[in-house]
Ligand binder design. Structure first.
Ligand code: DAH
Length: 337
């Protein structure tokens, strides 16, 4: 009988192996382990065996067979369950990449674009890039630039003063730099001539924002100090810059003007191909007092300087009607450029 039990068990196990769905496993479970099943049949026959030992051995064989079939059914159920889950995952899979908007790439701010182009053009003309701090001393921002205390030109700068006072100093001697010109002084104090630098940077003035003014804006400063530098070098450099930056159809002119830190001083304008003029910035021959403040002997060296607004260049290039739009962070505006 034990052999019959084992044969029934093996047959049952073989059937379990062939079950190809969870439904089939469920049906087999009921049939193989149920009261009418092949193994349950043996239990009923135990009574007909001759000895207690025979009954015991056969009973154990039936129990073992039932356990083996139960375990096999369970394993098969797990296998098919995993496969069913995998099939369902595969069937319901979403290719999310199909639904995501195409990746968008940002770009540099308009002012950054103009700033970098200006750097490129001046580097192409042989200049180096210099930097200075945005928080400046009164001395670097005014005094060393030939604007002593009480100089009327100071009034035009709408200066933002800081409460901060350096040791031994009154407050009000530290400012947010009102122009990039103090970088002239810092460069001369750090570097021996010949000096050929441009210094782009952020500057600050106590202005109410409107279509053409912002309290924070950007300038680029130029400084050349070398032997025998003349106004012709300044005019030629402005003209070379105009061609390189705006294009061959553009030209430049200098108009007499006044700045405390240059003598003589000029405004420079750029003429568009259609003949109209564009005011760009200020320039001039570096004032001897400014060279001296920078530790440079004006008898030995001479130089020129210029400065103009970077935001203005960007506004002009892209015909932006209102400067404030450049800083409003409206994606509809920004994404046009
Ligand atoms: N610093 C002047 C301003 O902010 C601009 C300027 C004028 C710079 C003449 C210069 C210069 O270097 O020579 O208005």
């Amino acid at each position: 009988m034990i052999d019959d039990i084992r044969a029934a068990r093996d047959a049952a196990l073989a059937e379990v192996e062939t079950a190809d769905s969870l439904d089939a496993v469920r049906a087999l479970d009921a049939r193989l382990l149920g009261k009418q099943g092949p193994l349950a049949g043996f239990k009923k026959q135990l009574g007909s065996l001759a000895t207690v030992d025979d009954k015991k051995a056969a009973g154990q064989a039936v129990n073992e067979a039932m356990q083996a079939v139960t375990a096999a059914l369970e394993a098969r159920r797990a296998e098919l369950g995993d496969a069913a889950l995998a099939a369902r995952v595969e069937a319901e899979r979403l290719d999310l990449t199909e639904f995501v908007a195409p990746p968008t790439r940002g770009h540099a701010h308009l002012v950054t674009q103009a700033w970098e182009r200006l750097e490129d053009v001046f580097i192409g003309l042989g200049f180096q890039i210099a930097e200075g701090p945005e928080v400046e001393t009164d001395w670097h921002n005014f005094e060393a630039l030939n604007m002593g205390e009480g100089h009327p030109a100071r009034g035009e700068f709408d200066t933002l003063f800081l409460d901060h006072a350096a040791p031994g100093e009154e407050p009000g001697r530290t400012v947010l730099r009102t122009h990039t010109s103090p970088v002239q002084i810092r460069t001369m104090l750090e570097q021996e001539p010949p000096i050929y630098i441009v210094a782009p940077g952020r500057v600050f003035r106590r202005d109410t924002p409107d279509a053409t003014h912002m309290p924070v804006f950007h300038q680029i400063e130029g400084l050349v100090v070398d032997r025998d530098i003349t106004l012709a070098d300044l005019a030629g450099t402005i003209e070379a810059f105009t061609h390189a930056f705006f294009g061959p159809g553009f030209s430049s002119r200098l108009r007499p003007s006044y700045f405390p830190f240059t003598e003589p001083s000029a405004e420079f304008d750029v003429q568009r191909p259609d003949g109209t003029w564009l005011e760009l910035g200020g320039c001039g021959m570096v004032h001897p007092n400014v060279l001296r403040a920078g530790g440079i002997d004006p008898e030995e060296w001479s130089g020129f300087a210029f400065g103009f607004g970077i935001d203005r260049m960007a506004v002009m290039r892209h015909q932006v009607a209102d400067l404030r739009d450049m800083y409003a962070d409206d994606i509809r505006f920004i994404s046009q450029f």
